[in-house]
Design a protein around this ligand. Sequence first.
Ligand code: DGL
Length: 274
Amino acid sequence: MQYSPIGVFDSGYGGLSVLTEIVNTLPEYDYVYLGDNARTPYGTRSFDVVYQFTLESVKKLFSMGCELVILACNTASAKALRSIQQRDLPGIDPCRRVLGVIRPSIEVIGHYTQTNKIGILGTPGTVISNSYPLEIKKLFPDVDVFQQACPMWVPLVENNEHLNPGADYFVKLYIDALLQQNEQIDTVILGCTHYPLLATKIRQYLPEKIQMISQGPIVAESLKDYLYRHPEMDVRCSKNGTRNFYTTDSTEIFDRQASIFFGSEVRSQHLTLP
Ligand code: DGL
């Protein structure tokens, strides 16, 4: 069978928090990870730029043989996914698929909250897109959504400062700002795939009674379900258990960081986009 890995894309390291869970859940598939580290962060960029960068990455993953690509990035899912699915895919190849991380998270989130008050921590781009409040209202009309943009969190992770004491200031700052919006919030979604890498510090400043939801396990279960419901796609994904990593920036730095985030040794290759 032809090599046809599942593509997993993020602006940088954050998508590794999703890939780790996907690989644990579906180890037999081949995976290609692409981190656009040279152009991260996406979260502070305009719709047009995020769309253009994401489309270039998706096309690159298609050219590597991927039939299915997961945008393991909320910002790209919020700002580019719909246009790629509706406008670009029919012209590129109507049989290939691109999936995001917001929809799977929203489908389950209403079942977590008792107070019907949910908090979203995300990049400025994800927050401005309003994707979470709009989509949650469709599935769970009784749930109120409160959002807080955390523009400093991705740079902390990308610069490997997220475990250092300096990070505490910004972690507390955005959590306090979210919780001030409504005191009944009982569930908080880490609505950026970089944030699980800050989870220990976030948990430290989040009151114990508030649940903290990371997307990785949710996205992994949703992908498993998708492949089960779409056997025509499942047969087109090769299953030799390989993992390949690509970065648009220095492979040396990527390998060092990614090995920590992915939990096993990473040897990446460099590529340029578009
Ligand atoms: N990890 C991405 C997300 O889930 C975006 C990070 C960024 O580039 O700003 O939103």
